[in-house]
Design a binder for this molecule. Structure first.
Ligand code: GLY
Length: 619
């Protein structure tokens, strides 16, 4: 161990990532033909250090809303709720009152709690509603429009969190006030929203039926000349937020706003009723717990698949041997002297006389550990499982992790068929994650979604509320591909009253009972892999969270049998993954992570994924 520590210490003296970053900056400067020294400053606004509290959300105004509430004496839950209401205004493409989510809460002296306010299938849903005139499944009916809308849970979820776990020192009206202020001024379109609007604009331009059908959304996002707006009017959302501030959940689930929402959904062929809205209940759930390298890892249970997949992967990594994983990590990310193998690898390395062969071993072992966990996600999890608790216990059984680890070959990628049980995993996009730590060490990890960008595309008139299309997180049947050409098992089949399987993975990591890391992401199934990789950078590599968030990521979800890598993934890793038999494909972004780390001296470091444009706030 002493030798191992020394190797890591030496390696840290000139971290490879620093050299790589310098190289990237140099390349950028050269490509822009700028004189060195003129633009050497990097934009660090996506990470901050704080002594007392911090909020990391994927929009600067949302982080600021949470920090404002903390400055008033609110706790982490008060701040998370304020942040989420603000996100409902400024990230309409990703989340909002028409969607749902999960919130994980840690407070010292209290068992961790999970809140499930995931959307739910309306009581009137039947599978045959998703069939066309010839009786064939019609995926378009579950992806967009009225039948794609699940009963939204966000408003009830946030208000439940506030009542049960808020500090009581800040009123509901004070917590919603920053969001109302944001809604009363035009929303300046940032890069992420612009890209999202552009994809809708292109779809509407190509197919005038889309423009007609979703005209409320079209008018909100696109001007009369067909140009994407650079400012979006969110003032009707202010009215909805005021109703919630005044009347609580009734302000949303009852009265004029509920009527407008239900009418908009039913006018587009949906079946949701006001009774569905009134009957919706938040579920308090016991989080899943596991441990890895001396840390407690807390995740959401089903209908999230994230907690189970992350914990199963960590169990397999542990079964592969902690020293081996640490050493392989150091080789790829930290070491600057690669002429000799780090001690932890000496028992395992492919070919010690050829240190180059160790490149990519960490990525390979990670991919091979994620593969079976994602296969389990696809085949075991879903609201229709006869015994979800037993399924999850099976996934997390250490003996099973050991058997899987024993079958992993460090030279070769396993074929996907090794884990084949006959069904495939889902993929999707319109989600937002926020992390909060307050001055008392209370922590919240919260992920919310409307599923695809702008959800169902139904904007309920006069409410500012965009309804989700989370029904597409269900499987229509086991053979019909979903929006992305993928299939899932019978256990996640669309069914009245059920909640669809989710990839949302709010995660809290504790060390000796205190919060060490709050992390989560947006990005469909890439939520799981990007959350996991950030956690591993901190726990295995002892890296700071800003480095962890900025490292290039990979994604493998069992099927399709492809490893997606970000373009900045180092060449050595790519080459060696290909050599081991993985099929690689570049993808611009792999999840958008928002995370906060508590350092040994009790101070905080927060980081928002530079790819989505968030900025943390804190003090
Ligand atoms: N709608 C994204 C997810 O829950 O996985």
């Amino acid at each position: 161990m002493a030798k191992q520590r020394q190797w890591r210490q030496n390696a840290r003296m000139a971290p490879a990532s620093t050299l790589r970053r310098r190289f990237h900056i140099l390349t950028l400067l050269l490509s822009l033909s700028l004189p060195l020294g003129c633009a050497a400053e990097r934009d660090h606004s996506w990470t901050i250090d704080a002594r007392r509290y911090a909020v990391a959300a994927d929009h600067p105004d949302a982080s600021a809303a949470g920090a404002e509430i903390l400055a008033m004496g609110g706790n982490a839950v008060d701040a998370a709720v304020a942040t989420s209401f603000a996100l409902a205004v400024v990230r309409p493409e990703s989340c909002g009152l028409g969607g749902g989510g999960f919130m994980l809460i840690h407070r010292k002296g209290m068992a961790p709690v999970g809140l499930d306010y995931r959307e739910q299938a309306p009581a009137g849903i039947r599978r045959d509603l998703y069939r066309d005139a010839n009786g064939n499944p019609d995926p378009m009916r579950i992806q967009r429009g009225g039948l794609s809308v699940g009963v939204p849970g966000t408003v009830r979820g946030l208000l439940h969190a506030l009542e049960a776990y808020g500090s009581g020192r800040v009123t509901r009206a004070q917590i919603i006030a920053p969001a109302i202020r944001l809604a009363n001024r035009a929303l300046v379109v940032d890069a992420h929203l612009a890209e999202s609007i552009e994809s809708f604009r292109e779809a509407a331009e190509k197919d005038p039926a889309i423009a007609r059908r979703f005209r409320e959304l079209r008018q909100a996002l696109i001007d009369s000349d067909g140009r994407a707006r650079t400012r979006v009017d969110r003032s009707s959302m202010a009215i909805t937020l005021e109703a919630i501030a005044d009347r609580g959940a009734d302000g949303f689930c009852d009265g004029e706003i509920a009527r407008n929402i239900v009418r908009a959904v039913r006018n587009d062929g949906g079946v949701m009723t006001r009774e569905d809205l009134a009957a919706y209940r938040v579920r308090e759930v016991t989080p899943l717990r596991g441990s890895y390298l001396g840390h407690d890892v807390i995740g959401m249970p089903p209908p999230s698949s994230g907690g189970a997949v992350i914990l199963e992967t960590l169990n397999i990594l542990h079964a592969l041997d902690d020293d081996r994983i640490r050493a392989a990590y150091d080789w790829d990310y930290i070491g600057n002297n690669r002429s000799s193998a780090p001690p932890g690898l000496s028992r395992y390395a492919v070919n010690l006389s050829d240190p180059e062969s160790m490149w990519g071993l960490y990525a390979h072992l990670l991919i091979e550990s994620m593969k079976p966990a994602f296969a389990d996600r696809a085949t075991l999890l879903g609201d229709a499982s006869p015994n979800v608790a037993a399924d999850v216990a099976g996934m997390l059984d250490p003996a099973r992790a050991k058997r899987i680890a024993e079958g992993i070959d460090e030279r070769h990628a396993a074929p996907w068929t090794r884990y084949d049980k006959g069904s495939l995993a889902a993929i999707d996009g319109g989600t937002s994650h926020l992390s909060v730590i307050d001055a008392d060490g209370m922590a919240v990890a919260c992920t919310e979604s409307v599923n695809l960008l702008f959800g169902s595309r139904i904007l309920a008139p006069d409410t500012g509320v965009i309804l989700n299309d989370t029904m597409d997180d269900f499987a229509l049947d086991t053979t019909t591909p979903n929006a992305f050409g993928l299939r899932q098992s019978e256990r996640n089949i669309v069914r009245a009253g059920a909640r669809p399987l989710s990839s949302m993975s709010p995660t809290i990591v504790l060390k000796d009972g205190d919060v060490r890391l709050v992390v989560g992401a947006s990005g469909g199934p890439r939520i799981i892999t990007s959350t996991l990789q950030t956690l591993l950078h901190v726990v295995v590599g002892d890296r700071r969270v800003n480095d962890a968030v900025a490292e290039p990521r990979l994604h493998q979800q069992w099927l399709p049998d492809i490893v997606y890598v970000q373009p900045t993934m180092r060449d050595g890793v790519r080459a060696k993954l290909t050599q081991r038999g993985h099929t690689l494909k570049e993808r611009k972004d792999i999840g958008h992570v928002q995370a906060i780390e508590r350092l040994a001296d009790g101070s905080l470091r927060a980081a928002c994924d530079p790819m989505k444009g968030g900025r943390p706030a804190g003090k």
